[in-house]
Design a protein around this ligand. Structure first.
Ligand SMILES: [Zn+2]
Ligand SMILES: [Zn+2]
Length: 139
């Protein structure tokens, strides 16, 4: 287990670890990510679900994205920290990088849903941008 990929919620009731390298690193600027995180976007990484494990109980909230696809978001039922999400189809998880014990290694490869980014949101011009969802399974 790589400690690099361990994290948890604010109160510590939920802990998680990933046994695999992320397959993608993403900043998602969609409105759902803004609302659930309280920030202008969610910085997150995609890992295979089989490489991800949690301790403690998480609560799930299901939404329908503007793509029409259903997805679920996990949060701590005690402190409310938004931790990770998964598409209805499963297979992968989108883990919020700021919930890592050490989020400093995170480096976004792409910005997605930039069409709903706030005018005061500051983005790195060097990072590849997609107005909506790129042709891959993330966010
Ligand atoms: Zn908590
Ligand atoms: Zn999003």
């Amino acid at each position: 287990m790589t400690p690099k990929y361990e994290g948890g919620c604010l109160c510590g009731a939920v802990r998680y670890s990933c046994s695999d390298e992320p397959v993608a690193t993403v900043n998602c600027h969609c409105r759902d990510c803004q609302r659930t995180s309280g920030g202008p976007y969610i910085a997150g990484f995609v890992v295979p679900a089989r490489a991800f494990s949690t301790t403690g109980e998480v609560a799930w909230y299901a939404t329908t994205a503007d793509s029409g696809r259903r997805s679920e978001r996990a949060f701590c039922p005690i402190c409310g920290s938004s931790l990770f999400g998964r598409p209805e189809a499963g297979g992968v998880l989108f883990v919020h990088a700021t919930t890592l014990d050490d989020p400093s290694w995170f480096k976004p490869a792409i910005d997605i849903y930039t069409s709903s980014a706030q005018p005061w949101d500051v983005m790195d011009p060097a990072v590849t941008k997609f107005e909506k969802m790129p042709p891959m399974d993330a966010g």
